[in-house]
Design a protein around this ligand. Sequence first.
Ligand SMILES: [Zn+2]
Length: 202
Amino acid sequence: MIRRKATFVLGAALVLLILLGLALSTRSSGAVPASSPLLAPFAARQPVAAPRSDPQGPMDLLFPIANYARENVRDTFADPRGDVNHEAIDLPAPRGTPVVAVSDGKIEKLFLSKPGGLTIYQFDPTRAYAFYYAHLDRYAPGLDEGQTVVRGQVIAFVGSTGNASPSDPHLHFTIYRLGPDRKWWRGEAINPYPALLRAVSR
Ligand SMILES: [Zn+2]
């Protein structure tokens, strides 16, 4: 009787082990994960998406300028500029300083505007947000609309195009929360200051 019971217990344990093995192999045999290093030649990848319900927008951003001094990050979002609010953060930097993508995503629009000069609208992978880079001196060679970019990839260079003073080159950066129609020109600006401050101190 005892031997039969032991055999049963052994058998049950074996079945459990096989089931566990099956579950593990199913998990590991999936498609190549999106975080494959092959897809990220320019920068170490980190989780990108912030919860969409986050009222502050995407928080886990890379700072758009490498080795930036924290004391130069000031909250100029609500500053009045003529009849409107600034709704962006200005990051002073020498002309020609590389500007990097703050997140993975896609170049949605390269736009020349009177106030912004040479600008980039980059969508995040969820297409919930647009990152706006303005007053650019020039784009990175080969940059084009529809192009996929990775976090940390050089996309442009700091300048003073548009209504920036030539003696004050800076990156004008903001985040737009996109509407359901995902139009690059119809977003609602959200203050990137908290995200930038977090990013610059990392
Ligand atoms: Zn500005």
